[in-house]
Design a protein around this ligand. Sequence first.
Ligand SMILES: C[S@@+](CC[C@H](N)C(=O)[O-])C[C@H]1O[C@@H](n2cnc3c(N)ncnc32)[C@H](O)[C@@H]1O
Length: 272
Amino acid sequence: MPLDVVELTSAQFKKICDIVYRFSGIRLSSGKEALVKARLMKRLRALHIETIEAYIRYLESQKGVSELDYMIDAMTTNKTNFFRELAHFNFLTDKILPNLSDRKLRFWSAACSTGEEPYSLAMLLNDKIPGIVKRDVKILATDISATCLEKARRSVYTKSNMSGIPDQYLRKYFDKTENNSSAIFHLKNEIAGMVQVACLNLMKAWPMTGTFNVIFCRNVMIYFDKKTQEKLVNRFWDYIEPGGYLFVGHSEGLSSISHKFTYIQPAVYLKK
Ligand SMILES: C[S@@+](CC[C@H](N)C(=O)[O-])C[C@H]1O[C@@H](n2cnc3c(N)ncnc32)[C@H](O)[C@@H]1O
């Protein structure tokens, strides 16, 4: 079923965009037709469905209830890497970790993709906090994409994923094996065990109780409209302890939305 013989009409595009927006907050705007079509094709192929019209019928039918999750998963953009936006990790090292004293430590990577973000945090905490094994430290890592979460849980990466990792962390926290002459990097259990991976749609209810020292919500709000961003940022407020921080992506400043956080430096916000 070649891509060019399957038609995506503007009415179908609009319908898919509306469903994706209602369920996930992701705003797919006009201009994204080719991207949406390519992503839908993955689902059509998996289901052996020939046309987008038939796919939409299936999606809306009783038989297709679980398809919504697969379709949303296919629509997500999951680009990430270890120690992405290094300034946040430097800020943690210099300004946050030295002041955390002996309290329990709670972090949340909200939209963690394939795990590089929460595992970067786990490596940093392990390296910088003396006696970390005796501390009560938990990193929650959530995402809407089941495919990403499966990779995050596996915590096995290829050489192409490893570019952002400092050499000493690579040696200290990964076991390297070879598979068909390609290097495979297995994150050590002491780091993987610090992270709890769970499926969570940021648009739905959040089951967590208690507050976090730091929430990372990076490079996901760019896919949401202002109204959704504002609602989300204000929900985060209630989940951050006083003196705690919200990190957003460096292209996602909060200047155009209404919120109670104090701006500290680009993409770093404090709950006073
Ligand atoms: C570009 S990745 C960012 C990953 C990581 N935070 C980073 O900065 O490298 C965006 C992630 O947001 C997730 N996402 C999109 N909408 C979501 C939603 N409504 N709830 C939870 N996760 C969502 C996607 O599945 C994707 O993995």
